[in-house]
Design a protein around this ligand. Structure first.
Ligand SMILES: Cc1ncc(COP(=O)(O)O)c(C=O)c1O
Length: 216
C-alpha cells in the first residue's frame, strides 16, 4: 500500500485533552496489522506517568509499533526518545539517525533516575488516585460551567460560558499558572508528586478565580 504509518496521540494534549477512545484504537490497531502499516503513538505529553500508567497506551490494551517520548522523560533535562518494537527497530541501524547531543550522559542519567522513581512501588497508583481526586474536585467546582476530561493527572476543563483566556489571566493574578488547549479548554497538569494539600491549595485558587470572574 501507499501508507507507511499512522501517528497519533492516544489522548490529545494541545488538541484539548481528548481521548481517542478504546474502540477506535482497537480498530486502528487491527487495521494497521491487516494492511502492514506501522502504528506510532506520540506519548510525549501522555507518557512517563502523566495518566497514571507509565505510558497512556496501557489503558487501551493495545501496543504501538513505535512511540515517542520526551518532556517528563528526564524531568526537565532536555531529552527525547523513540521506542520501537523489535520489528520496527530493525529498519534503524546504529548511525541511521544521528543527532549532535544524542546519548548525552547527563540527560540519560537524569532519565534513568526518573525511571527509577516512577517505577517505585505505589508511585503511579498515587498519580491515579490524585488524578481521580482532582477530576472529582474540579467537577464539583465548575459544575455546569465546564466538562472535565482526562486521565490521571492529565486533566482538561472544557469551559462553558467562560472564556479560557480570561480564566487563565484571572488565575495568574491569583498565582495559579494554567495553560490553554484546544477549544476553550484549560489544562490542569500538576507535578506528578504533588501532595493532596498542594492540590487543595491550587483548587482553592481556582475557586477564587471563578468567583472573581462571576463578580466582574
Ligand atoms: C504531544 C506532543 N508531541 C510533541 C511535542 C513536541 O515535543 P518537543 O518540544 O520535545 O519536541 C509536544 C510539545 O508540546 C507535544 O505535546
Amino acid at each position: 500500500g501507499d501508507v507507511v504509518a499512522v501517528m497519533l496521540e492516544v489522548i490529545q494534549g494541545e488538541g484539548g485533552v481528548k481521548e481517542a477512545g478504546k474502540g477506535f484504537l482497537k480498530q486502528l490497531r487491527d487495521y494497521c496489522d491487516k494492511e502492514d502499516i506501522l502504528l506510532i503513538f506520540d506519548e510525549i505529553q501522555t507518557g512517563m506517568g502523566r495518566t497514571g500508567k507509565m505510558f497512556a497506551y496501557e489503558h487501551y490494551d493495545i501496543i504501538p509499533d513505535i512511540m515517542t517520548l520526551a518532556k517528563a522523560l528526564a524531568n526537565g533535562v532536555p531529552i527525547g526518545a523513540t521506542v520501537a518494537s523489535e520489528k520496527a527497530s530493525s529498519y534503524f541501524k546504529p548511525g541511521t539517525h544521528a543527532t549532535t547531543f544524542g546519548g548525552n550522559y547527563l540527560a540519560c542519567a537524569a532519565a534513568n533516575k526518573v525511571m527509577d522513581i516512577m517505577t517505585e512501588e505505589g508511585f503511579l497508583k498515587k498519580v491515579s488516585q490524585n488524578g481521580a481526586y482532582l477530576q472529582k474536585e474540579l467537577e464539583n467546582l465548575f459544575g455546569e460551567k465546564a466538562e472535565i476530561r482526562g486521565e490521571g493527572l492529565m486533566v482538561g476543563a472544557s469551559l462553558k460560558g467562560v472564556d479560557s483566556t480570561d480564566f487563565i489571566k484571572a488565575a495568574a493574578e491569583n498565582k495559579l499558572l494554567l495553560v490553554a488547549a484546544g477549544d476553550n479548554t484549560v489544562r490542569f497538569y500538576p507535578p506528578l508528586n504533588t501532595s493532596k494539600d498542594d492540590m487543595d491549595y491550587g483548587l482553592g485558587l481556582a475557586e477564587k478565580t471563578l468567583k472573581d470572574l462571576s463578580e466582574d
